[in-house]
Ligand binder design. Sequence first.
Ligand code: NAD
Length: 378
Amino acid sequence: MRIFVPKETHPGENRVPLIPATVRKIVDRGGDVVVESGMGLASHHSDEAYTDAGAKVTLDRETALSEANLVLRLRKPAIEEVRKLGDGSIHISFLDPFNEHELVSALAASGVSAISMEMIPRTTLAQKMDALSSQASLAGYVAVILAANRLDKAYPMMMTAAGTIAPARVFIIGVGVAGLQAIATAKRLGARVEAFDTRPVVEEQVQSLGAKFVKVDLGETGETEQGYAKELTEEQQAKQREAMAKVCAQSDVVITTAQLFGRPAPRIVTREMVESMNPGSVIVDLAVETGGNVEGSEPDQEVEVGGVKILGLANLPGRVCANASQMYSSNLGALIEHFWDDDKKEMALNLEDEIMQGCLITHQGEIVHEQIRELIKT
Ligand code: NAD
């Protein structure tokens, strides 16, 4: 099986899809790996490191794309490049299929079997392949470090001869994978941490990390079969905002990570709430790329409102690109390994497999993922 890994082209992207250690594993199983020259450089992997791991290096991206049986990427492909992919080839990357209707249709029209990394089921069996989790965990860590860097206070309590410094108060809204890592990081740095999530099951996890769970009686909130949060009613949203306002006003750092899978992020922190915070405080909006949890946050910008800094920086995992690449590469490697046929020495698309059913979006000229097909039809 000819596997091609093109260089990422998204401006500023410094994560790479495959690192040499994973190449070695695929080559050992009989895969024929070709990487575009310079593919790993953004994360400091030279062409030579890939050839040492058993890959071939090419300068001819177009030919490699058209000859590949399997293409591995991090970001979604450009539509012009989809047309170059071979009929019957497999393409694996993040795809944003809920929003990228034209791209999904183009992949189907080209006869490509497209696997979307954000659609890998959140199950125990698929945990090793779960790139949403691996990247979110790093994003949670980076958010806390960025906030520490922009805050005009220290995180830990310090008792010194010159007096006692109170610990910084950090409030995490949304306790999924990113939120949990943010809590753990802020705790390690000595902050006093509070957290809130609409899924009540999270309370115990927050407490086990030594943080305080902010209790708000919202009535029935529930979660989807996959464990994602459901959208709140207008009345519940108003109740939540009221409760969040009190905690935000007392916090030095607010980190928001609240997402609704496949939908725009809920707006939780209003301008009024930002203005109620002390000047010098910092807000990090991790949901900025899906619409933002914070009023006034701008993608890839730091905005100041009444002395409060709002950081809406995109691609936080890219700020620790060595680890982000390592983890994404490992996710891809685990996915390929799970479906690898050792006799044919190729990745076999087992359509009966639950993981494949969850993440395969297009196949043999059709949009085969039911949820995405219904969405694109309407
Ligand atoms: P996510 O990125 O979709 O959302 C982040 C968090 O925001 C979630 O915890 C969500 O409940 C919360 N949220 C949504 N609306 C909110 C609001 N109005 N106010 C406050 N919080 C709000 O979540 P995720 O990190 O991708 O995790 C989603 C689910 O998947 C979780 O249940 C997680 O435990 C589960 N998960 C399971 C596995 C596994 O079993 N392999 C792996 C990863 C995640």
